[in-house]
Design a protein around this ligand. Structure first.
Ligand code: EPZ
Length: 443
């Protein structure tokens, strides 16, 4: 459990860790290479540990020291990571493209749904089938193999129904070793997709157009060793920008790549917060006393990122006026509303729309995190609330934030992590949790 004493101003500098959603995809891409891959600026997160376990389960040798991962997938044989590992991390599904491209076969359990939505993988599957893979799903596992002697996927022209980040990444990885050219239309343009393309190109892949809606990949026979540093986490930047705005505190953050969060910066300026670059990668944020309401609609990049929706909602609960927040990317990503309302917010939800009526203040309360970014929203709300907020469900937070409470404490927040045995857990839940550790079906 996290205990936060609200109302303390923050001050100082925050170091931003490497991007979780880059690291997870790039770790899977290391399977494409039969040589040594060194990946730098890896954040220290539960999800990274889980992805490492998945890679080792298919025969990868992997060593992790500080923020550096050394991976060698030269001798992978096993094409089926076990369910108990894949069920703990949805991003494990990213291994299907590289395994298929390297071995001509992959048997990967279907990632279940999670707190924020059903999260189907139909676009991944359809794209792999277009590249010549035979795919059938049974007993909860996606069985994919490349028929014929060559065992190589074939380049194809694929138009995605939706600019899915995961599907774009799976298909881009699979295409690097396919025969011929693959064109991905309506591709995702997120910075993490561009980072993954950068990693693959550093291994010798031929990819152009990453970051636009059309990505063209020309297959090559194999990829070579690489030493690559990943981008900073734009969602962590957004979270600390909100922490600064919601507490009225000036902060500096680095490293920051402003082009990775243009929509979020534009919304913060509309709310009244000013940001300026002090050096090529160091951002200073100067909040205003008055916070103005503004409407937000989450969209694929370069639209407003769904991963910052919960944190911005927390900020808008204290804005003057009414803000309409529309979540268009995931079907169930407004579960933080109930918890924010317990802290005195005035938010009404209808379908995928939340109407946030600004209130003068929030009050600390015991709350429960339901998913990764909801937990971040509750933390920033707790920083501004009067009194003490206790947050349960920290396994969500630990998946996606590298030492958040350490970074917050360093800039003056009163945050402590304590055991939550003091908290009353309903008997039914206590019994259930004492029996079997529930697999965390992580977002
Ligand atoms: C990635 O998830 C991120 N995760 C998510 O971050 C992020 O919220 C999301 O992209 C959107 O930006 C990682 O990169 C590990 P999608 P992903 O495929 O790839 C539907 C966080 O908090 N869809 O772009 O799963 C899907 O259901 C996490 O760090 C299909 O219908 O996102 C969703 O509604 C949460 N069929 C929408 O597309 C498919 O085959 C966007 O999903 C694939 C997706």
């Amino acid at each position: 459990m996290l205990k936060i004493q609200g109302g303390h101003p923050l001050e100082g500098h925050v170091h931003i860790s490497g991007a979780k959603n880059s690291a997870l995809a790039i770790m899977a891409a290391a399977l494409l290479c039969s040589g040594d891959c060194r990946i730098r600026n890896i954040p220290s997160l539960a999800d990274i540990k889980r992805m490492s376990d998945v890679l080792m389960s298919v025969g990868v040798s992997l060593s992790h020291h500080e923020d550096c991962l050394d991976i060698n997938a030269g001798s992978i044989r096993q094409s089926a990571p076990p369910y108990e590992l894949v069920s703990k991390l949805r991003a494990s599904f990213f291994v299907i493209g590289p395994l298929l491209a390297r071995l001509g076969v992959a048997r990967v359990p279907l990632p279940g749904g999670c707190a924020i939505g059903a999260r189907p993988v139909n676009l991944h599957v359809r794209g792999l089938q277009a590249m010549g893979a035979s795919v059938h799903i049974e007993h909860g596992t996606v069985n994919a193999y490349v028929a014929g002697s060559g065992k190589r996927l074939k380049g194809a022209k694929i138009c995605l129904d939706y600019p899915s980040v995961g599907a774009t990444e799976t298909l881009m990885m699979a295409a690097t070793l396919a025969e011929g050219e693959t064109i991905l239309e309506n591709a995702a343009q997120e910075p993490e997709v561009v980072d993954l393309a950068g990693f693959c190109r550093a291994m010798g892949a031929r990819i152009r157009g990453a970051g636009t809606k059309t990505i063209v990949i020309s297959g090559v026979p194999n990829l070579h060793s690489v030493d690559y540093g990943i981008i900073p986490d734009r969602v962590e930047v957004g979270t600390f920008l909100v922490a600064s705005a919601i507490t009225g505190s000036e902060l500096s953050l680095a490293p920051v790549i402003p082009d990775h969060l243009t929509a979020a910066l534009s919304k913060l300026r509309a709310i009244g917060t000013e940001m300026r670059m002090e050096s090529p990668n160091r951002m200073r944020v100067i909040p205003s006393r008055v916070r103005k309401a503004c409407d937000i609609e989450t969209l694929p990049f370069p639209g407003f990122p769904t991963d910052m929706q919960a944190q911005f909602m927390a900020l808008l609960t204290l804005a003057e006026g009414s803000s309409v927040i529309t979540e268009t990317v995931f079907e169930n990503r407004l579960r933080h509303v109930a918890e924010l309302n317990r802290m005195g917010a005035d938010i009404r939800v209808k379908g995928n729309i939340a109407v946030v009526q600004g209130v003068p203040k929030l009050s600390g309360a015991p709350v429960v995190a339901t998913d990764l970014r909801a937990s971040a929203a509750l933390v920033v709300a707790g920083l501004a609330a009067d009194g003490t907020t206790t947050i349960q469900g920290l396994h969500h937070l630990d998946r996606g934030y590298d030492d958040l409470e350490g970074k917050l404490t360093k800039i003056g927040a009163k945050v402590t992590r304590c055991s939550d045995d003091s908290v009353v857990v309903p008997a039914s839940e206590a019994r259930a949790s004492s029996k079997t550790p529930s697999p965390v079906s992580a977002e």
